[in-house]
Design a protein around this ligand. Structure first.
Ligand code: OFO
Length: 187
């Protein structure tokens, strides 16, 4: 006998549900991209960058799950994304971090569109929920930008690449300090 599903009314619109499911795809892609980059770094001997990226891959999955649970709790249906076309080989370490910066900028744009949509339809619960992602993107973009800047500041000659790999490991602390500085200054 077919089980009857009780459909409850909900305030999450179908359009918002679809937009969040699109964001779930992006976060899942971020996790997959960073895992692939971590593996490449590991194989090239950039062990600090590899650790940084393994951790970031986990964080992106956590972002995906946060959205996933929200959709279901709000009465929608979160969809496991299909992720294909992940790049496995990179020209060099600089390319890895340049791709991360570009990707994070795309994710920020997508979050902003989602926030804008929620505000325009007065879905303030989802608007409020998304503020965490707004702050997170600001932090992640800064982190990726700082990583790319290391290549120009240190240079890749001699022990430059080794030094850059070491410095990548310190970026997390820098991001944490700058975000607590923003909190203290109320920005
Ligand atoms: Fe999910 O924060 Fe980056 O992509």
């Amino acid at each position: 006998m077919k089980r009857q599903i009780i459909t409850k009314s909900r305030s999450l619109t179908e359009e918002t549900e679809a937009l969040i499911n699109k964001q779930i795809i992006l976060e899942g892609e971020s996790s997959a991209y960073y895992l692939s980059m971590a593996s490449w770094c590991d194989k090239q001997g950039f062990s600090t960058s590899a650790e940084f990226l393994y951790k970031h891959s986990d964080e992106e999955r956590m972002h995906m799950l946060k959205l996933f649970r929200y959709v279901n709790e709000a009465g929608g249906h979160a969809l496991q994304p299909e992720i294909t076309g992940v790049k496995h080989h990179f020209e060099n370490l600089r390319e890895v971090f340049e791709l991360i910066l570009d990707h994070e900028i795309e994710v920020t744009k997508s979050i902003n569109n989602l926030v804008d949509h929620c505000f325009s339809i007065k879905d303030f619960a989802t608007f409020n929920f998304l503020q965490w992602f707004v702050s997170e993107q600001r932090e992640e973009e800064t982190l990726a930008r700082r990583a790319v800047e290391l290549f120009d500041m240190i240079g890749e000659e001699g022990i430059g690449l080794w030094t850059i790999d070491q410095e990548i490991g310190k970026l997390e602390a820098f991001a944490a300090a700058s975000s607590s500085g923003q909190a203290m200054s109320g920005q």
